[in-house]
Structures are given as structure tokens and as C-alpha cells.
Design a protein around this ligand. Structure first.
Ligand code: PLP
Length: 373
């Protein structure tokens, strides 16, 4: 089946007891035993499993072309489960522009427990020289945040597997409509479902998806169920609801982002636009090969400094100044301001999560804002 069909049907179960077409939210924390003491319906206690979570995990696995998924209370909880699943002393190679929340997790929470190097993954020699005897994981995030750099997933997998190393891919920016890392050989996919999968800026969640049920996956499931950073039944319900429209939303996000990127590319007050769909993107050819859709995220550099850049934010009416991404409403953010004093992000860079408003309105609003600086 195609992804649009899976998104609608893979998570939904008509309720056998009431014939309700949409699966109800099961709030019960505990489930009644059979007469023989067993749990033939498959559920015993909701931290271990819940019907809404099972449905969500089922559709997530299908969307990514995997065999199983685990839903967590946030993207960071999903990432944390991956790091916790590694033997103490394991060395991780991660991108130097890794999502800062997970980078800080490694640096602060796993300091002394895991080893890690943050490098430019696109520098093949550096990558090969960074691999050590105890390297167990290469963490990939593509397109990257906020520079929209593309990492060749297939290439990473080749290098990693030659050295007996696993590859995990944070697929939050692309969504499964943008690329399916498991099909390119990755060993694990991670999502912050807070973003495109949730799609409406109203829930926090995370997920991991696996192509095989192996020992590593069993360990991750133990961490999910014993650690307990699970997604609530209601959040799982809202996520499965949102996922039904994900393929259509992603198409529209990418279409709007492409049009806004072209507009910005031709604006006199814009220094540079970073969007994988633009032919001027240094890795456009790789993006075309690897990605099914270029996504809804773009960044651009305003001509001028912090003052002019902040003027653009304050002058726009449709782009809300806020962090995060993936919702139906457009958001804009000066990334350097949130990343703190040690950021390498240019001070005049604005990151935009292009929403689903009409593109004419978005362009008119951005044009007016840029002309005021
Ligand atoms: C938001 C985000 C995360 C973290 O997810 P939360 O749901 O906020 O915990 C991880 N990776 C990327 C790329 C993100 O954008």
C-alpha cells in the first residue's frame, strides 16, 4: 500500500464492542486478567502497553518501512533511550551541528558514561579518523539544523557497517515523506513527533523505529517500558489522528517552502537562502537523490546584522517568533539567539518553519517585512 493509505489505515481499528469507526482512547491504567490468570488481549498495565500506543507504533513502523516502533514522551526521551541502550564506554560519533537538546544530553547527562565526538560528518577523512575500537554508533541528522546541510545516509551506512558500527538517523526535519533512512540502510530512526508528525504544535512526543527485532531493539523496548518515558494514551491518539494527514501536509509544506525559498533567493535584502530544493544549495544533487520531498524548513541570511534581522521578525505578521517546527502555522526564529553564546550559527540567520497558510499571503508578508529593514 502507498503511504497515504497506510497513514490512514495502519493505525485505526474499528472498535469491536461499539462499532465506532475511530478507535477510542483507552485511559485504563490496568487490564483485567483472564480466568487462567493470563492477558489474552495483550495488555496488562499501561506503562507496558496500551491500545492507542500499539496503534501509533504500528503506523510509525509502516511509514518508515520498519518492523516495529516505540513511542516516547518526547523526542529527547527517544534519543535518551538510544544512548541508554549502549554499553557504558561506547563511543558515539555525532554531527557538529546535532540538535542542541540531544547534544547537551550527551555532554551533560552522559558525561563519563559514554564517549562522543561531534564532527562534520561530510568530511570523509575526518570521519574515518574519528572511528575508534569502541565506536558503536554514528548519529546522523539530515537535513541539519539550522544550516540544512545534507548527509549522505547510504555513505554513512557503508562506512559504519564496514566497521561494525550502527547508524541511527534523526529524521525529524525530513519526516518519513522526506526520506526513509531504513530503506537507505540505517539501523534505527528517531523522531521528535512534536514536529511534523504531530503537526499542530499541540503535543510533545518521540519515537524510535527499527528495521529488525534484534537484541538491541529488545533493550530499547525494555528502556521504554521499565524506564517509563512513554507517550500517554491521549497523546498517542492525537498523533495517530495527525498522521492521517501527514502525507498531504508534507506535500504542501514542501511546496510552500520551495516557493518562499525562490522568492527570498531573489530579494535584494537577502544575502543567502539555505533550502535543499534550491539548485543553489551546495548539496542539491545529493538531496535530489536521497530525498523524496525537500521538506518545509528553510533558513536565510538577512543583509545586515542582528538589528536588521530582528526587525524582519518583528515586522512579519504571519510568521510567529517562536522555536520549534512542523506545525500548520509558520514560525520564524533567529537561531543564534536560542543556541547561546558558543553558537557557530550566523547572527543574521533566520530559520523558518514554513506552514500551510496560502503562499501568496506568506510571500506578501515576508516581502513587506524585508522591505522595512
Ligand atoms: C525538537 C527536536 C528534537 C527533540 O524533540 P523534543 O520532542 O523537543 O524532545 C530532536 N531532534 C530534532 C531534529 C528536533 O527538531
Amino acid at each position: 500500500m502507498k503511504i497515504e493509505t497506510l497513514a490512514i489505515h495502519a493505525a485505526n481499528h474499528t472498535d469491536a464492542s461499539t462499532a465506532a469507526v475511530i478507535q477510542p482512547i483507552v485511559l485504563a491504567t490496568t487490564f483485567e486478567r483472564d480466568e487462567d490468570g493470563g492477558y489474552s488481549k495483550g495488555f496488562s498495565y499501561s506503562r507496558a502497553g496500551n491500545p492507542n500506543r500499539l496503534s501509533l507504533e504500528n503506523v510509525l513502523a509502516k511509514l518508515e518501512g520498519g518492523v516495529d516502533a516505540a513511542a516516547f514522551s518526547s523526542g529527547n526521551a527517544a534519543g535518551m533511550a538510544v544512548f541508554q541502550s549502549l554499553k557504558p564506554g561506547t563511543h558515539i560519533i555525532a554531527p557538529d551541528d546535532m540538535y542542541h537538546g540531544l547534544r547537551n544530553q550527551l555532554k551533560i547527562l552522559f558525561n563519563g558514561i559514554l564517549e562522543f565526538d561531534f564532527i562534520d560528518l561530510n568530511n570523509e577523512n575526518l570521519l574515518k579518523n574519528t572511528i575508534k575500537q569502541n565506536t558503536g554508533l554514528i548519529w546522523v541528522e539530515t537535513p541539519s539544523n539550522p544550516l540544512l546541510k545534507i548527509t549522505d545516509i547510504k555513505e554513512m551506512v557503508t562506512v559504519a557497517h564496514e566497521n561494525n558500527i550502527k547508524v541511527a538517523c534523526d529524521n525529524t526535519f525530513a519526516s518519513p515523506l522526506g526520506q526513509q533512512p531504513l530503506k537507505l540502510g540505517a539501523d534505527l530512526v528517531m523522531h521528535s513527533t512534536t514536529k511534523y508528525l504531530g503537526g499542530h504544535s499541540d503535543l510533545t512526543g518521540g519515537a524510535l523505529i527499527t528495521p529488525v527485532k534484534d537484541e538491541w531493539w529488545e533493550r530499547i523496548q525494555q528502556i521504554q517500558q521499565m524506564g517509563g518515558a512513554i507517550s500517554s494514551p491521549a497523546d498517542c491518539y492525537w498523533l495517530t489522528r495527525s498522521i492521517k494527514t501527514l502525507p498531504y501536509r508534507m506535500r504542501a509544506h514542501a511546496e510552500n517552502a520551495g516557493l518562499l525559498a525562490s522568492f527570498l533567493d531573489n530579494h535584494a535584502n537577502v544575502e543567502q537562502v539555505l533550502y535543499p530544493g534550491l539548485t543553489s544549495h551546495p548539496q542539491h544533487e545529493l538531496a535530489k537523490e536521497q530525498m523524496l520531498n525537500f521538506g518545509g524548513m528553510l533558513s536565510f541570511l538577512v543583509k545586515g546584522g542582528v538589528v536588521q534581522t530582528e526587525r524582519v521578525i518583528n515586522a512579519t505578521k504571519l510568521f510567529t517568533s517562536a522555536t520549534s517546527l512542523g506545525g500548520v502555522e509558520s514560525l520564524i526564529e533567529r537561531r543564534a539567539a536560542i543556541e547561546g553564546p558558543d553558537t557557530k550559527t550566523p547572527q543574521n540567520l533566520l530559520r523558518v518553519s514554513v506552514g500551510l497558510e496560502h503562499i501568496d499571503d506568506l510571500i506578501a508578508d515576508m516581502d513587506a517585512a524585508l522591505n522595512q529593514i
